[in-house]
Ligand binder design. Sequence first.
Ligand code: NOJ
Length: 529
Amino acid sequence: MSHPRFQDDIIYQIYPRSFKDSDGDGIGDIPGIIAKLPYLKKLGITAIWLSPVFASPMEDMGYDIADYYHIDPLFGSDEDMDELIEKAKKNGIRIIMDMVLNHTSKEHEWFKQAAKDKNSPYRDFYIWRETPNDIGATFGGSAWEYNKATDDYYFHLYAPGQPDLNWDYPPMREALYQACDYWLEKGVYGFRLDVIENIGKEVDRHIIQNGPHLHERLHELNRRTFGKYDGIAIGECWCADHDTRLLYTDPAREELSMVFLFNDWCAFHDREFGKWKCRPFNPKEYRDIIYQRQYSDPAKAWDTLFWNNHDLPRALNRYADLRYRDQAAKMMFASTLFLRGTPFIYQGDELGMVNGRFASVKDFRDIEALNHYQILQDKGMSEAEAKLSLDQTARDNARIPMRWNERKGYGFTSGQPWVDGGKDPGHSVAEEEKDPDSVLHFYRSAIALWKDGRLRDLIRDGAFAPDYLEREEWIAYSRILGGKKLRVIANFSNHVYPLPTIDGPVLLHNYQDESPDFRPYEIYVFLNE
Ligand code: NOJ
């Protein structure tokens, strides 16, 4: 059966600032990534999603693009990017760029022109009103910022330095399509599309996500850019749900390859404080959401399988008892790896990395965290509670440097890392290489199994059937195709259960020894033929 190539991809997300620094300025860069391509090849991934490396004032760490055509000098040169695309390709790895098409930086030339002159050809590239309404910005405060030169307000859903683009204006859309094509022509595989569900917004009607023109715009974006190149497009969609996601992924609609959904993650958010405070994890609630996705019409749905990214604190801290850290890290990866969809690994997942440790509020770097430290106190938290909230939920937790070794600078930099996060003995690439039972070695074996030609069709196309539903702390399911059954049985808890029947060759297991018990966070993957 023919299938789109992204269905055989296993994608690694790099947050460039924190991956590998080659020049000692404490900030990761593209030459650093090039140096680590052999490591990524050995891990077995087929593509890299690179968080933004474009020229930017870095108010939101690069998600504020000032020039879609050039690399920020912090990360290297335009030639370095060309070299990365080429060398990655030689290693069997394709590059997916992170395109922020909902907004630019206020330092973008388009905005600078638009903000100083009402008659500028770029004026309608952005959203202007003489009187602001009450829409709030995600990072705090109003979504409208006053612009003195033109005596009116521009709309920004994120920081004031991130003015939203006006997708109602065709010349603006054309300009973005040209920028996308520029990179596709250079050989990038496609894009991760930042907050793309917002591009149909109608601010006067208070509609942000899922606006009336959203899907026609995605179709146009597909036809005009990545669709022509058979490229991949992964949409970040915080508000899509089980049903609306099919509007994005149904191939007949020619929109996106797949979307990141977050309803599993948001299910544990607090009613009052939202993502800044969470209630305890419950494996059954989590499982119900991800299983439901698997029941969708396979002709229309294709999932993203991920635990972490640069916007979330580490799922290991949130979902697992860290006394069983390594077992839980392995179990979590393998428990969803064999579902129908494209797996994503966020840098450091393969080491079982956990949240950073930040001694003081001053150690956080993210604009959102720093703003919210005050907002949370205004909403009634004490200083200590607000600090605890950042410790548990801030995005900086996942942005701490990749641990290459345990020396000063973590093998990440010879200088002072831009954000720290403290030591974490035993969880660096150098240490884990030496230990055959490490999370890193488990990831390599799991990925090799996932890619194994004998199982590929089964994992990609097999029917999904849940098992052991009465065990509310387990993730257990079968994938079935042509008389073969791949079975996954995972204990997503720190409790001991009687061992289920393992009636077939074991392909993956996260404990070194056998036991008559089903131990905390234990997982078996085996084959019934
Ligand atoms: C989503 C990105 O992942 C996040 O890091 C960023 O702050 C917002 N979009 C705004 O671009």
